[in-house]
Each structure stands twice: as C-alpha cells, then as structure tokens.
Design a binder for this molecule. Sequence first.
Ligand code: FAD
Length: 523
Amino acid sequence: MSHPTIAVVGSGPIGSAYARVLLEQLPDARVVMFEAGPQLTARPGASVRNIPDPEEKARARDLSQGPQSGAFRESLGIPGSAVVEGTFTARQGTFLLDFGGEGSAHAPTFPAAAAATNVGGQGAHWTCATPAPAFSEKVPFIPAEEWDDLLATAQHLLHVQSEAFADSPIGAAIRSLLADEFGAELPDGYGVGTLPVAGDPQPDGSMVWAGADVVLGPLIEPGTPESARFELRDMSLVRRIEHADGVVTGVTVEDLRTHDTTSFPADLVVVAADAFRSPQLLWASGIRPAALGRYLTEHHVVISTIALEGERMAALVSEEQLRSELARRARHAADPIAAVNRIPFSEPEHPFSLQVMYAENPPFPLDPAHPHAGNRWGYVNMGYGVRKHPRVEDGVRFDDAELDYAGFPNMTIEYALTEREDREIAAATERLRRAGGALGTFVADPRLMPNGSSLHYMGTMRMGEADDGTSVADPHSRVWGTENLVVGGNALIPTANTMNPTLMSVALAVRGARAAAARLAAR
Ligand code: FAD
C-alpha cells in the first residue's frame, strides 16, 4: 500500500516504539499519535526526573495526574463536578484508578492501581530500570535468536546501558556484601550485578534519564525525514476505534480543549494506552475477545530500607572514596539515586528479582532522634519482585451501564493472591531479611506493598499462539479476528513475571511493528 496512514493511541514508550519502527520501515507512511494528556516538556515525552527546578517538576507531575490533578483538572478536560478527590494519592505523576468518588474505578482488591495521562505516559515518570526477562519470564513462542535481536533493538531505542553508577565505590561494596551472602546459591550469569537502566550518563557523573523522547528519536528532531511524516496531538482522547467486519477504518477523537469530536481515517490503528485503558477502549468500541481484561498480573513487591553499616562499608570503601562519593551526590541533589544493583530472576532456586537502590537519604523522613538518622554511609531501598501466576479470575471488567469520569464503561478490578504467591512472597521476605542483615540495619522492616503498587500491569491483552479464548492478540500483537488492529504494552505479556517489563514490552512492540509494516507494504 502506498502512503498508509497510521493512528497510534497513547504516547508512552510503547506507542512511541511503534511510531518509530513503522516510520523507519515504511518510507511513505504517515503516523499521527493521539495522547489524552498534555505535553509536559518542550521536548515531547522527556523524563520529568530531568527537570532540575522542583516547582516545575511538581507542576509537570500534577498535570499528569488526570482526575487527581487538583487545580489543573478542569483545564485537562475533566469535569470537576464528576470527581471527588480520593483519600490517598498515588506516586507523584500518577493517579489512582480507584481515586474515590463519582467516576472512579472500583479496585478494592487492587487498590494501588495507577496510571499517568500525559505525553510520554508513565514513561515520563518511570525509574528507568530495564532488566530483560529470563527463563520462564520470556514469551515461549518467540524464537530465541529473534528475541535476542528484538531485545537489542529495544535496548537501543530506550538508550539502555549497564554501567550507570558502575564506578560508585559504595555501589561496588554493596555488590560485594550481597555476593558474600548469596553468591554460592546463584547460577552463573545470574549473580549480583548492576541493574541496567535507560538513560545517558553525563561526564559529571549524573544521568539524563530516558523517556518516550529517546524512543521517538528522529521523529521529534526538526528537519529529519521522519519528523515530516509524524504528528503528535496532545489533549486528544480517542473515544472509539471504528471497524466493520474485522477491518479497522480509523478512530474517533475528542479534542479535550474544545470538546470537538472528529473522525480520523487510518489504514492501521495501534492501541498503546496502558494495561487498563487499552482494553477499556477496545471494549467501548465493541471489540470484546473473551480474554480481554482477564489474566491480570503484576509482580508483587516486598520492600524495606536499610541503613548501611559503617564498619562493613569502611572495610571496602576508603574515607577518600566516601568523601568523593558524597561530593558527587551534593552536585546532583535533585536526583536521589546514586547506585543501582540487583539479583536477577533465575530458575528454579531464585524466582525473584531483587533491586537495590543506594541513596544518601531514606525515602521517608526519619526522626532525627532515630539512632540511624543522618547515616553518613547512606541507605538502600531494596525490593524483591515476586511473580503472579496468570489466572482467568484476575482481571478488569467493564460496565456499559456505569460510566467513568471520562465517559468510558467503568472498570472493576478483581484480583486475589493464591497460596502459590503467598509461598513465594514468604520466601522473598526471608531473603530480604538476609540481604538487609548483610548490609546493615533495617530502618523500615520488610513489608508487602498493596496490590497494584508495582505499576507494572500485565496480561490484560495477552498474546497467545492460538485464538483459543485465552489470549487477545496473536504472536505479532494483532488482535485476533482483526486485519489491522494492533495492541501494545505490558498488557501483552502472557507470562508470570518478576521484573520491570518496559524493555520486554518495547521488544514485543518492535516485533509487532515490523510485522504490521510488512503487511502494509505487501498490500
Ligand atoms: P504508558 O506509558 O502508560 O502510556 C499510555 C498513554 O496512553 C498515557 O499517556 C495515556 O494518557 C494515553 N491514553 C490512554 N487512553 C487514551 C485514549 N483513549 N486516547 C489517547 N491517549 C490515551 N517500568 C520499568 O520497566 N522500569 C521501571 O523502573 C519503571 N518504573 C516506574 C516508576 C513509576 C513511578 C511509574 C509511574 C512507572 C514505572 N514503570 C517502570 C512502568 C513504565 O513506565 C511503563 O511500563 C511504561 O510507561 C508503559 O508504556 P506504555 O506506552 O505501554 O504506557
């Protein structure tokens, strides 16, 4: 087909990966990306973490919080009258789906479920941890060699590198103490190491964190051939995917500034609007495969904070090294992370992912009278990710008779941990105690975060090998029974997963985009 028009719904890392790969593969295609939220930064989709001014950063986060945007709410096209503020808020930059009041989703069993509505999506707020799936976390029906290539492409798109803070002597000491504790139990290649992150290290030791901006790359660089064929429309809510007989013809879009609604014809529609709002949009459009919204998983998180123990650290880090580390930290006060380590998932003995973030201060105010307040060696925030085994019972339902604050069929999330997860959570908690004991003293005891806290929601549009009712999309992310509707995001992941999934989802998006481009080129 010559000059195909492609509509992408959602401007997070996944919609951006689709836009980039499709435009690079199809030299005469045009992509229009629709994003319900506002553009926060001059460079579309840049990480809010890179904004140095605290007030500007807080404003960007507020603007992303959809129905919990407080003073900004009505300017974001959300009627103030339809919304009551919830009793607690989500992580900054996100809003709870179940925020309380009229128009709120219902998620009593998954209360921390949250989303972001802004250019760049959650990818403007993420921590940038980009581990790759391992063992049974991988999609079993994607050939190993192709998977390696997809991962390498995704790492390139996200600017992933493994050497962030690798020269931090404190980071190295933490790795050494954890290796003493766990090394003998872990298989080769899956021991204690640095955590890959997405961003660009700067000569002064700081990081410029990656957002959807780096994925878009040439699409947002003035003067490039790709930028001439790319358009990003913010504050544009896609209300419906238009289709007949399995063929999608375009989308209906509401401009949230004017509330005008228009039709946008397209030869391909890509929906990458997160793991709850993508299936909601499909449902609202009358596209309702049996598995839509079902098989919801996340990885559960058991976390704690530890004050690093001076004596143990001093045996591995000289006074001079500590002083230079503290001086480096003082130069980058806006960014609290100073080193990132991990123990990855491996089977059968270690079906967990441990992440260890070193920071100068604990993530909560510590009473100055606390014996470990003001610890000169700093603190680590550590969390074990624990998998959730997919079950059809866990998921989100949509109610045509009750509309949410945006006028979509409202969501109710149903979710429960089983004995299988309880056992693995108990084992992870035990390991967290050992890890904490190896590094210092707990200033916050290990605790299981409420369901939904991971912000990594998977499975609700899972891919499968056959159209047998247990999946929504084929192995190339095309919705079963449709010719030209592709879905993207963590929702596609069909496996039980313990790690941050964005890299994996970008890899799946690259696969989906290549296949869609080949289909369009052949028409
Ligand atoms: P999103 O980034 O959620 O983007 C979806 C976009 O679609 C949103 O902007 C939304 O407004 C838009 N949209 C929804 N409905 C419509 C509609 N009808 N019309 C138009 N637009 C619509 N992941 C990791 O892998 N590692 C991490 O370290 C990590 N840390 C995180 C920390 C935080 C604080 C948060 C919030 C997330 C974190 N994540 C992390 C998760 C990561 O950000 C997501 O996996 C990733 O952003 C998903 O990309 P996406 O493009 O699928 O969806």
